[in-house]
Ligand binder design. Structure first.
Ligand code: BG6
Length: 483
């Protein structure tokens, strides 16, 4: 538990993100005793709501067991929350917020230096800047530690992202800004550094001499139902690849940081991103799902306005890192909505065994399953047990819910909000990282948007466009051992 006290202001408190992610995560931190001794949570949004309506709205997604102790815990949590309505572009609402927070700080007797004001912006991008301005002008306290938590989208391309960065940068220092990429809060993504740098054998083989290709896959079994309005503007590349999958890639590919300090880690991530030239359209396969007879296709989504949209809901991209460690090794990013399953995994495929004594042994693979059900496993060739000299491919398997069944894995948001309270930036995106990430994707995104590149159709619930296997094989992936 942290000393002192904190006010967490959830801006956009009536929105989906706040309800589904932010509040449940703060509740878990509260339940597990991780919030500072004295904490108050203020929801802020435009909607006028009574305290009861607000409580009803935020508790909807907080699941507690049906027993008295758990219910008490929830009530204790709700007792430290409150709601203020106000506009996003007028001073008045933020002034009221200021009055409210300072009263709480004074009444609680926080010592200076031990007061935290966390402004969590769970907001649509159109109001990022007005809200940041409103906070800075009216609700920023020089006697407190102020932190601004921002959620993607951080722009649509390099230019809009630069604009946002400049505007935010004029108001808050980089040290005060926490750009959330919730993939950085996921257990297996956080494990990447440990695996690479705390195991002598992985460190030794982590390069172009031993690795043939790397695949990072994101699959969701549902479409954009109801989110068509937002999604159509962004598409799958902006929605999950430029951020989540690229962050994972940078942790796989970066050099060893000089320490585990946030800036040391982020320095290395930026360096490796800067070694990736912009992706060319010829290294991209784009798809859009169509109905399967039962489930509607993307273009049939009621929330979608442009019924002739060519926005990709699936993409497979191949990236190359031009440095000594990785030259020539394809990093294949694949992401799609409305696919056959829910899965996020990293698959590192090693080279063929040189001078192999055995015929047709599949390549070794190291697989990190990010979700569901975290696991690390290595596919290796073993002697087929018994009176046989055949080989059999088997797994050395570390499945978390078997090996660590006693330990609970925090939700990404829970881990990240705790980092914000502790002032640890390691799992947040720095401005130069964001800039480097956009540079890789912007030319491709502009080309797709301007030339209205037609995506390949794939059926709802399928593995993606039928060209997918060929695409992956083109970048050297050998499917012999895959399953
Ligand atoms: C979000 C995207 O950032 O990540 C969504 O906007 C996507 O489209 C989500 O569904 C996936 O997150 P998770 O944690 O469910 O894998």
């Amino acid at each position: 538990q942290l000393n002192g006290g904190a006010t967490i202001v959830v801006l956009g408190a009536s929105g989906d993100l706040a309800k589904k992610k932010t509040y449940p995560a703060i509740f878990k931190l509260f339940k597990n005793g991780f919030l500072p001794e004295k904490t108050h949570i203020v929801g802020y949004a435009r909607t006028k709501m009574t305290h009861e309506e607000y409580i009803q709205r935020i508790s909807q997604y907080i699941k507690v067991p049906d027993n008295e102790a758990a219910k008490k815990q929830l009530n204790d949590f709700l007792a430290i929350t409150s709601y203020q309505s106000g506009q996003y572009d007028q001073d008045e609402g933020f002034q009221n917020l200021e009055t409210y927070i300072s009263k709480f700080e004074t009444d609680s007797g926080f010592a200076e230096g031990n007061r935290h004001r966390i402004f969590y912006m769970a907001l649509p991008p159109s109001v990022f800047i007005p809200v940041a301005k409103g906070i800075k002008k009216n609700t920023y306290s020089a006697n407190s530690i102020n932190r601004l938590v921002v959620e993607k989208p951080f722009g649509m391309d390099s230019e809009s992202s630069d604009h946002l960065a400049r505007e935010l940068g004029a108001l808050f220092s980089e040290d005060e800004i926490y750009r959330i990429d919730h993939y950085l809060g996921k257990e297996m993504v956080k494990n990447l550094m440990t695996l690479r740098f705390a195991n002598v054998f992985f460190g030794q083989i982590w390069d172009r001499r031993n690795i043939e290709n790397v695949q990072i896959t994101f699959k969701e079994p549902f479409g954009t139902e109801g989110r068509g309005g937002y999604f159509d503007e962004f598409g799958i590349i902006r929605d999950v690849m430029q951020n989540h999958l690229l962050q994972v890639l940078s942790l796989i590919a970066m050099e060893r940081p000089i320490s585990t300090d946030a800036e040391a880690i982020r320095d290395e991530k930026v360096k490796v991103l800067r070694c990736i030239p912009p992706i060319q359209l010829e290294h991209a396969l784009l798809g859009q799902y169509v109905g399967d007879g039962e489930k509607p296709g993307y273009l049939e989504d009621d929330s979608l306005k442009n019924k002739e949209s060519v926005t990709p809901t699936f993409a497979a991209l191949s990236l190359f890192i031009e440095n000594e460690r990785w030259e020539g090794v394809p990093f294949i990013l694949k992401a799609g909505k409305a696919l056959d399953q829910a899965k996020v995994e990293i698959r590192i495929q090693f080279k063929n065994v040189a001078g192999n004594l055995y015929k047709n042994t599949p390549r070794n693979e190291l697989v990190l399953r990010v979700q569901p059900s975290e696991a690390v496993y290595v596919k290796m060739n073993n002697k087929h047990p018994g009176l046989s000299f055949q080989t059999i491919q088997s797994e050395m398997d570390l499945t978390y819910n078997r090996r660590y069944s006693e330990m609970s894995i925090p939700d990404a948001y829970e881990a990240l909000i705790l980092d914000v309270l502790r002032g640890d930036h390691s799992n947040f995106v720095r401005d130069d990282e964001l800039d480097a990430a956009w540079k890789i994707f912007t030319p491709l995104l502009h080309k797709i948007d301007n030339d209205k590149i037609q995506p390949k159709p794939y059926k709802y619930g399928s593995r993606g466009p039928e060209e997918l296997d060929q695409f992956i094989e083109k970048y050297g992936y050998d499917r012999t051992g895959s399953q």
